[in-house]
Every structure is written in C-alpha cells, then in structure tokens.
Design a protein around this ligand. Structure first.
Ligand code: GDP
Length: 467
C-alpha cells in the first residue's frame, strides 16, 4: 500500500515535470474546469463557449481573439475520460426545432486548440504558437464531497441529520430513521431501504432548490448506481459493534471517501488551472429565502475546495496545480431584461464576497458575472396598467411565443441576502418568477457562434491572458 502510494506519487511527479516542460517550451495547455450544481447550465455553457471560440464573430470582448488565427477540436489527452459530446449538444441547440441538450451526469472532457500569433515585439520574432484549451465538465455535487473527506461517519451523520430536520422534504426519511436501529444486525434489505429513503429525500431537497445535498453521487451516481458504496445513510450517535447496521454504514462511508471522492480529486480536480462555477442564482431566488441561504453556504464550501493547498494537504498529491482564477457566473441571465443584469451581478458579487470571507479564502482571483450561454429571449417593454414593464419574450415549452415579466430584483443585494440569512420563509418585497424558455430558432451567419450574453467576457477572464 505504502510502496504503491510512493510509486504512484513518483509517477505523477515525473508526469507533472514532463507536462511542465512540454507546456512551457512547446505547446501550453490551459485546463479549465466547468462545474455547478445540476441544471446550473454547464452543458449549454460548454457547447456555446466552444461554438463561439471556433467562430468568434460574437466574441468582441475576448481581447486577444484577433491574435487567434485558427481554432479547431482535437483528440483530448485523457483516453479514459468520456469526451464531452459537443457535436450532439450543438445539434440539439441549432436544430430546426431546437431543444436543450442532455445535462451533465458525470465527468467529461474536450480539447480545443488555437493557433495564435503573438502580438507586440514577440510577434516580430516568432511564428504562430499552438495553445490547447482542455475543458473539463464535472458535477458540482461531486465537488461538495470534498467536505466529507475531513469528516468521520459520526460527524457527517450529525450534520446530515441536522440539515434533514430543517427541510420539509425529509419527513419520510426521518420516520424511517426513527424506526431504524443502528445496533441491529446488518441486513442488506434494511440498509437499502434506509438508504433509498435518504436518497429520495436528498433528490427532493435538491429539486426544491437546496444546494448542499451531499454525498454528491447519491444524486448523480454515474456507473456506481446501486453499488454498496452508495448504499448507506446517516445514523444517530451509537455504539454499534461489528456486524451491525451502524458499523456497516460507517465502513461504506469510509469506502465512499476512499474509493469515490479521493480518486475524483486526484485524477481530475487536481489538474485544473482555472475554474468556472455556474450558479442558477435566479432559480434559487425564485425558490425562496431558504434556497438562497443554502446557496450562500454552499458557495463557501465550493470556494474552500479551491483554497491553495487544501486538496494537496488532504490527498498528499505531488505536483498539484493551483487554480489561479475562479469565475462565478450567474447563468440564464436572458430570463431577465438587461436593465436588471447589474442587480443580478451585485447579488452574485455579494454571495462570492461572503463565500470568500467564510471560506477564509485568499488564493485565486475571483470574479462574479451574469451571463447567458445561449440567449433564448428578446427584450420588450410592455405597458401594463399605465406602467412600463421590462419583459423578455421567448418560446415557451408549449411552443407559444410569450412575453414574461419576472419581477424586479432589488438594487441592494442585502434585500435578498439579509432575509435569507435571518431565516425568512418567503420574500416580503415581491415575488421573483421564472419561466422556462425553449432555445430560439437560430440562423447563424458564417463566422458567428450562437447568441449569448457576456460569454466573451467570461472567456476573456478565463483564457484571455494565455492567448
Ligand atoms: P447542467 O446540468 O449544468 O449541465 O445544465 P444544462 O446545461 O443542461 O442546463 C439546464 C437547463 O437550464 C437547460 O435545459 C435550459 O433549460 C436551462 N439553461 C441553461 N443555460 C441557459 C441559458 O443560457 N439560457 C436559458 N434561457 N436557459 C438556459
């Protein structure tokens, strides 16, 4: 075990040195991670970003785009990671009857390469350089699992049961928990029944807008569905002995950390240079103050994963890279009129500032933004009872073309954050509605990617300096 560990680290060390030499001398690689909780917009973001980097007509704010002489997709470096299915997702968005692509369920990767002509003095002496952009898509739910690495089963159980008690979706699970006896002899049917009830509650809590619903694989199990490593649940404090349900759950929790969480961080997360965290802030605001409060604490958990040395210390990985930029992007900003975008950004900025304070974070540069990876609406001002309402118009799920007024976000973000923090159960000032729009039918001119909002600014923050 120890020898294996040392050998593993040695190989990784050599690989890292090799990577480093290749990168600095020949063809630099930027590895950008894209994460966010499920339905935050990762798949749409990556698809539109890649399409807009291949055809840069709609990317004026990507300052260095003029330096790019060519962009093309290439085979990715990791043969065992599924490829991000860019072509299928783009076909969904650009079909004659466009529809949203299938969402992220697990980790995937895509390599986009650029030829760029250095500008300034450098450009006089050298020809075009090749730069690789490796995009890694992974569920934010898995990222939150990092918090489990530091917890024992008893500590995690206490926190998980406390969270469950504060959420109404947990009623059935809490009843099942009451009836369970940690000291009883382990039986797979009892284990499965309690674990199923816990999973059902976690999924319902996630649906209701709660962000922190770990263990992440209970929501997005991938190939581990139904395996013992996902068949456990929290239990109240107990003195369970060998062969009991309590002891078996503890063993499985430890296996989850060792066999599921740790390899993900070692194999994928630790190689990321820059990170995008997509946040469905409008969705959380619509779901109400409790969901916003939960999002607030989840963002600090996410940010703490990027604290320099955190993963390295936990996993003792040699040569772990350091994430030097983290972009927090409020997605789907096309749901609101642009006059409200500064307010959404201010809310996002306040959430990130708070997360930075709470996570004691002084590492990477962070930025908050409001974006829409794929703009599905147009704007319209409508007169209603003598007042002008700034609306958005788009294709509804029923296929109708409808204008929609989502309500007005407050100018001061504290009007959202303060009631959430104080435990309010509903907004006093107003309602924030959300409507699901289908993607608009597109006619793209040559050289243009799909329409978006601020995707070029996001790209500039992420890779502009490297081009
Ligand atoms: P993932 O689970 O993070 O991969 O999320 P997806 O990228 O699949 O997005 C989830 C859903 O959010 C989509 O099916 C769309 O309904 C919606 N969505 C994502 N991005 C946008 C956007 O830019 N504009 C609009 N209007 N909706 C979006």
């Amino acid at each position: 075990m120890i020898i294996g560990g040392i050998a593993d680290r040695f190989v990784r060390g050599v690989e890292t040195v090799q990577d480093g030499i290749n990168e600095t001398l020949f063809e630099p690689v930027i590895r950008v991670g894209i994460t966010g909780l499920s339905r935050a917009g990762k798949t749409v973001f990556i698809t539109s970003l890649v399409a807009n980097l291949l055809d840069r007509g709609r990317m004026p704010q990507l300052g260095s785009s003029s330096a790019i002489t060519a962009a093309y997709l290439q085979p990715q470096p990791d043969d065992t990671v599924p490829r991000f299915d860019y072509e299928t997702h783009l076909a969904a968005l650009t079909a004659p009857e466009p529809h949203w692509p299938e969402s992220t369920r697990a980790v995937s990767e895509l390599r986009l390469s650029f030829k760029a002509q250095p500008t300034g003095m450098m450009g006089l002496f050298s020809g075009p350089r090749t730069i690789h952009l490796d995009i890694l898509d992974y569920p934010g739910e898995w990222l939150l699992d990092l918090g489990l690495m530091e917890k024992t089963y008893a500590q995690w159980s206490e926190a998980a049961i406390k969270a469950a008690k504060s959420r109404e979706q947990s009623a059935d699970f809490l009843t099942a928990l009451e009836a369970a006896d940690p000291l009883q002899k382990y039986s797979e049917s009892a284990a499965k029944s309690l674990s199923d009830s816990f999973t059902t509650y976690l999924k319902a809590a996630r649906e209701a807008g709660y962000s922190d619903c770990s263990p992440g694989r209970f929501l997005l199990p991938g190939e581990l569905e139904g395996s013992p490593v996902l068949t456990f649940a929290p239990l109240p404090p107990n003195e369970a002995q060998r062969g009991s349900l309590g002891r078996e759950f503890e063993r499985r929790f430890d296996a989850y950390k060792r066999e599921v969480v740790k390899p993900f961080f070692r194999d994928h997360f630790s190689k990321i240079d820059r990170q995008v965290v997509l946040v469905d802030a409008l969705g959380a605001i619509h779901a109400g103050p409790k969901a916003v409060e939960d999002l607030r604490s989840t963002l600090s958990d996410i940010l703490s994963a990027f604290r320099p040395g955190r993963v390295g210390r936990l996993l003792a990985i040699l040569g772990q890279r350091r994430v030097d930029r983290v972009l927090f992007a409020a997605s789907k900003a096309d749901h609101i009129h642009h006059s409200q975008h500064p307010r959404l950004t201010a809310i996002m900025e306040a959430l990130v500032r708070d997360a930075k304070d709470r996570a004691d974070f002084a590492g990477a540069g962070t930025k908050a933004m409001s974006i829409a990876a794929l703009r599905a609406t147009v704007e319209e001002t409508i007169e209603h009872n003598g007042t002008e309402l700034d609306c958005v118009r788009g294709r509804t799920v029923e296929g109708k073309n409808a204008a929609f007024y989502p309500g007005e976000l407050p100018e001061d973000p504290s009007h959202i954050l303060a009631p959430a923090r104080k435990g309010a159960t509903e907004w006093l000032d107003g309602d924030y509605e959300i409507m699901r729009f289908e993607p608009a039918r597109l006619t793209l001119k040559p050289g243009e990617g799909p329409p978006h909002i601020r995707l070029d600014r996001a790209a500039e923050f992420l890779i502009g300096d490297k081009l």
